[in-house]
Design a protein around this ligand. Structure first.
Ligand SMILES: *Cc1c(COP(=O)(O)O)cnc(C)c1O
Length: 213
């Protein structure tokens, strides 16, 4: 069930971030509780689970965020049902979205800020070049950068990781100066305090929001 105390703690700490409640570990009951608590932005990282939940909760005004790795072959069946994509990370995916999406989709470029070979995301040094190739696409509107810090208790490492995203945003703004790539999707249950401190605009929080019955 929803942990009301943790939600209140988080909302108290937030300044003007968008909270995306990640529902991948929970079911319909928790989705109802979130909506009743006024949380309208929900995130999922698997296409099948997203589609199940989307169907079941169509009666509610939910903005669905897709936050996980997205296979190109699955784009067609889900891309027109989401509000925002946090995980744009390669040309084949951008091309498929350009083909299948009906209206412009706000997207974050996912960047591998922890420099972890097992994680998805663009290498920081390739992000500008990637953006250059897709910035004229009609159906893709890049609004910012997304990253996941290493899962650690060491706040210095978390800060270093998030700082890669901040630095990269500066580079984007120096290169383009068009005020388009401005948002930062960073901060999960383990590190949202640091993320808020460092200027996150979108938080993606799952486990912290829920508790066992
Ligand atoms: C699961 C997930 C989250 C939320 O994780 P918690 O640690 O439970 O808060 C955030 N972002 C992505 C991409 C995820 O897959």
């Amino acid at each position: 069930m929803l942990n009301q105390k943790n939600l209140a703690y988080l909302e108290n700490l937030m300044t003007d971030q968008t909270l995306i409640a990640v529902t991948k570990y929970v079911g319909d009951k928790e989705i109802n509780e979130l909506v009743n608590a006024g949380i309208k932005d929900l995130g999922e990282n698997r296409v099948k689970k997203f589609l199940d939940k989307y169907e079941k909760h169509q009666d509610k005004a939910i903005n669905w965020h897709f936050i996980g790795h997205l296979q190109s072959k699955k784009v067609k069946k889900m891309i027109n049902k989401i509000t925002l994509l946090h995980s744009l990370d390669r040309m084949s995916l951008a091309d498929e979205i350009e083909k299948r999406r009906e209206k412009p989709l706000p997207c974050f470029l996912e960047v591998n800020i922890a420099n972890d070979p097992n994680k998805y995301g663009l290498k920081p040094e390739n992000a500008l070049d990637f953006y250059n190739k897709i910035k004229e696409y009609d159906k893709i509107k890049v609004i910012g950068l997304m990253g996941m810090a290493k899962h650690t208790e060491d706040k210095e490492i978390i800060r270093e990781n998030f700082n890669v995203l901040l630095k990269l945003r500066e580079e984007f703004n120096r290169e383009y100066n068009d005020n388009k790539v401005t948002k930062l999707s960073m901060g999960m249950s383990n590190d949202f305090e640091v993320a808020i401190e460092m200027g996150a605009t979108h938080l993606r929080i799952g486990s912290f929001l829920f508790e066992e019955e």
